[in-house]
Each structure stands twice: as structure tokens, then as C-alpha cells.
Design a protein around this ligand. Structure first.
Ligand SMILES: Cc1cc2nc3c(=O)[nH]c(=O)nc-3n(C[C@H](O)[C@H](O)[C@H](O)COP(=O)(O)O)c2cc1C
Length: 410
């Protein structure tokens, strides 16, 4: 019996198509859009590389639903069909080699880097802890009509993605962005129908999902990325998460991706994680195992997977149906072919550390270091796995400084 037998197996969805193997390239914000937030030729080259690299499903970096709601510099926005041809070319590049390509659709809510958007909005005006206030601006609470409008915008973006040739969308309900803020009792302190009980906090996600379904065809896939927990006091708990996933299963969501944490607590990137969990690789394995005992919804488990043996074991144990891979795919876009052919048994990535704890304990540098590798692939340059994190930090400060300056001049 070959060790990578399960990873290579196709997965067939009920009443739908199939995905050719169990490897998923998880979302990574590329930070490579034009100044008008459109896909570039570098994006096309990057997605061609991932599709050629053999993964069954590629989930794009988060695409924003309107240009007033940007999370980071270089975000792509899809809000109208003015440049649909560019999105068609992107879809064509990412669906080559029989690959599924799902667009991750997102609204950052208050998790907006300073200088990137004119204002930050959230379910309620709950500030970030003082340490993070230098990165994120103060947010104001959304009006009821704005909530309804945002739901329509999510559906509009999904419909455009389908028209462009993406095979599905993934709703980003994890990592502390707007939907995750609505789900969390810590961030959502509304007293209307959008806040309070868990049923009310779930309403925003539920309505977004149903609006997307009503605007897209039966063959189109709709998935959701969600936290197992946000690991914050009085935040979104594992129990809340299980309730939401069971509701999503009832509504007919095709695929759930499990992650966890936020910028405040970057567990998604292995920060604040016990050494024993890091060693065991998959950060949210125990949660997924329990969830699988209670639901039948297909799952992608993401965060920390590095060795083929651990991936196979998770599939064998029935803890997950797919293995999500993000950072290793930024230094090796052919990670799937390499694992499936047996060329690689371990996806090696080095810890990104500057030696400055206040930077290393947060996820921001990790994000920018890997984005810089994505840019290299997009430009057709070789990746630089040994690129010193401190140089990456300087590069980021230089680029973001300029970005902030440009925004302020407008
Ligand atoms: C550069 C970078 C950008 C990311 N952007 C996104 C994103 O746009 N949407 C998202 O859901 N997760 C994003 N993530 C998180 C990853 O999808 C994934 O959950 C996390 O990196 C853990 O998986 P890994 O251990 O395989 O890297 C990003 C991670 C990195 C490193």
C-alpha cells in the first residue's frame, strides 16, 4: 500500500462534480493587484503555476466585495463587470490542468490596516486592544441598511465570479474579518436582530450564503472558511462554531474549511499554539475529529500540515476530507505533484523570525514574507526560501510607508 494513497483519491460531491485529489491550496492574499484593484499578469502566472502544480482545488486570496472595504494593500476587488475579461483570464489560468478554482470573497470589517481604507466598519464599535491600535483604525458600527447592502454585495461578487469562470466561491467567515466579527459575542454587541443570541449573530453569514445561492447556478460550489474558535475571552467558541457548521450543513454548504484565530491571536499561523500541537502539525485536528463525529459535511482542515504521513493519517482517521496547505505552496507551487509522486515527504518551511518578539508574536510579518514569495513566482523569478525576515520587514515598511503616503494624498 502506497503511503500517499488517500491524498491521491478524487472526492465526489453529492449531486455535483468532483475534485481530482485531496490537496487544497488555501487562500493567501496575493497583495498584487493594480492600483484599481484588478488582477495583473503576475497573478495569472502565479495561478498557472499552482494549477500546473497538481493541487485539486485552489482557493484564491481574499477578493473584496467593494473598493471601500479593502483589508490590505494590493487587494483585488470584484464589484462590477467593467473588467470581467481580466477575471476570465484569471479563471482560465487557475482552472487549467483540471483544477477547481474558488474565489474567496471577503469584507474585512474593522480588520483594515491603517491607511488602506478611509474608514473601518464593524457590527459594533468595539476597539482593538491598545497594542494593536497602531495597526488598525477605530471602527464605527454598521447601520441596518448597510448590512443589507453588504449581503447583496457578497452575492453580486459571487455571481460575477461564476460568470468569469471560477468553479465556486468560498465565503471568508474566519480570522476576525467582518463575518467573523458578526459571529463573535466579543465584537458583536448589537441589540437588534443581527446581534445577541448565537442565532442572531449567525444571521449575517446565513443570509450571505442564501443570497449567493439565489444568484448562482446549481453546479456552482459555495464553501465557507470558519474558525474552530477565535481563542479570545468571551469570543467565538468551539461550541458556537459547531452550532454554526451544523446550520450551514442544513442549508447545503458544499465544503467547510476549518481554521482558527484572528490578527489579535494568530493561531491560524501557529502563533500562541502549544509546542506539542506544533509538533503534531495540524493545529485544529482535535476540533475536526470531534466535528466529524457530529456532521457529514465535507471538510478541509488547514493550518500546520507539513508531512505526507500526517496528512494521510488525518484522512485515514476520517478527521478531514481534504488537506489545506498555504505557506508551503508559496515556496513550492508544485507541492501537490511533489507529494503525490513521492518526490517530497515533507514540505519544509523555516520559521519567520526577526528576533523582535513584538513582531514575531503577531502574524503580520509572516503574511508579508510569504506575499513577497508569491510576488516572485508571479514575476517568473525563483522563490527565495532563505530570504532574511528582517529584510522582508524593511521592504514591507518601505512599501507600506509609500502606500500610506499615497492614500493620504488622495
Ligand atoms: C501570505 C498569507 C496570506 C494569507 N491570506 C489569507 C486570505 O486571504 N484568506 C484566508 O482565509 N487565509 C489567509 N491566510 C491563511 C492561510 O489560508 C492558512 O489558513 C494559514 O496560513 C495556515 O495554513 P499553513 O500552515 O498551511 O500556512 C494567509 C496566510 C498567509 C501566509
Amino acid at each position: 500500500m502506497k503511503e500517499h494513497r488517500l491524498l491521491a483519491q478524487p472526492f465526489t460531491f453529492k449531486n455535483k462534480g468532483m475534485i481530482k485529489n485531496r490537496l487544497v491550496k488555501s487562500a493567501m492574499s496575493e497583495g498584487m493587484a493594480t492600483k484599481d484593484h484588478l488582477p495583473t499578469k503576475e497573478i495569472l502566472r502565479l495561478y498557472e503555476a499552482w494549477a500546473r502544480g497538481g493541487t485539486g482545488l485552489i482557493i484564491t486570496g481574499n477578493v473584496m466585495i467593494n473598493d471601500k472595504a479593502l483589508g490590505e494593500p494590493g487587494n483585488i476587488v470584484l464589484a462590477d463587470d467593467d473588467h470581467i475579461d481580466l477575471f476570465k483570464r484569471w479563471a482560465k489560468a487557475g482552472t487549467s490542468n483540471d483544477t477547481h478554482l474558488w474565489m474567496q470573497v471577503n469584507h474585512p470589517g474593522k480588520q483594515v490596516l491603517k491607511g488602506v481604507s478611509a474608514e473601518a466598519v464593524a457590527p459594533s464599535a468595539v476597539p482593538f486592544p491598545p497594542k494593536l491600535q497602531r495597526f488598525f483604525p477605530e471602527a464605527r458600527a454598521l447601520e441596518e441598511e448597510e448590512i443589507e447592502q453588504t449581503i447583496r454585495e457578497f452575492a453580486g461578487t459571487a455571481a460575477l465570479a461564476e460568470r468569469a469562470g471560477f468553479t465556486g466561491v468560498q465565503i471568508h467567515a474566519a480570522h476576525g474579518y467582518l463575518i467573523s466579527q458578526f459571529l463573535s459575542p466579543r465584537h458583536n454587541q448589537r441589540t437588534d436582530k443581527w446581534g445577541g443570541s448565537l442565532e442572531n449573530r449567525f444571521r449575517f453569514l446565513s443570509e450571505i450564503y442564501q443570497a449567493i445561492r439565489s444568484k448562482t447556478g446549481g453546479e456552482f460550489f459555495v464553501g465557507v472558511k470558519i474558525n474552530s474558535s477565535d481563542f479570545m475571552k468571551a469570543g467565538f467558541s468551539e461550541e458556537d462554531s459547531r452550532f454554526v457548521i451544523k446550520e450551514l450543513e442544513r442549508l447545503g454548504v458544499d465544503l467547510i474549511e476549518i481554521s482558527g484565530g484572528t490578527y489579535e491571536k494568530a493561531v491560524l499561523l501557529g502563533k500562541d499554539v502549544k509546542p506539542s500541537t506544533l509538533k503534531r502539525e495540524a493545529y485544529f485536528l482535535e476540533y475536526a475529529e470531534q466535528l466529524k463525529r457530529e456532521t457529514t459535511i465535507p471538510i478541509v482542515l488547514t493550518g500546520g500540515f507539513r508531512t505526507r504521513t500526517t496528512m494521510e493519517e488525518a484522512l485515514q482517521a476520517g478527521a478531514t476530507d481534504f488537506i489545506g496547505i498555504a505557506r508551503p505552496s508559496a515556496v513550492n507551487p508544485a507541492f501537490a505533484n511533489d507529494l503525490l509522486s513521492g518526490k517530497e515527504k515533507t514540505l519544509t518551511i523555516k520559521p519567520i523570525k526577526t528576533g523582535l518578539p513584538f513582531i514575531d508574536n503577531k502574524g503580520l510579518l509572516e503574511i508579508t514574507w510569504y506575499s513577497q514569495q508569491l510576488t516572485r513566482i508571479g514575476k517568473g523569478k525563483p522563490v527565495k526560501p532563505g530570504f532574511p525576515p528582517i529584510l522582508s520587514l524593511l521592504l514591507t515598511l518601505l512599501q507600506n510607508g509609500r502606500e500610506v503616503f499615497q492614500k493620504r494624498r488622495v
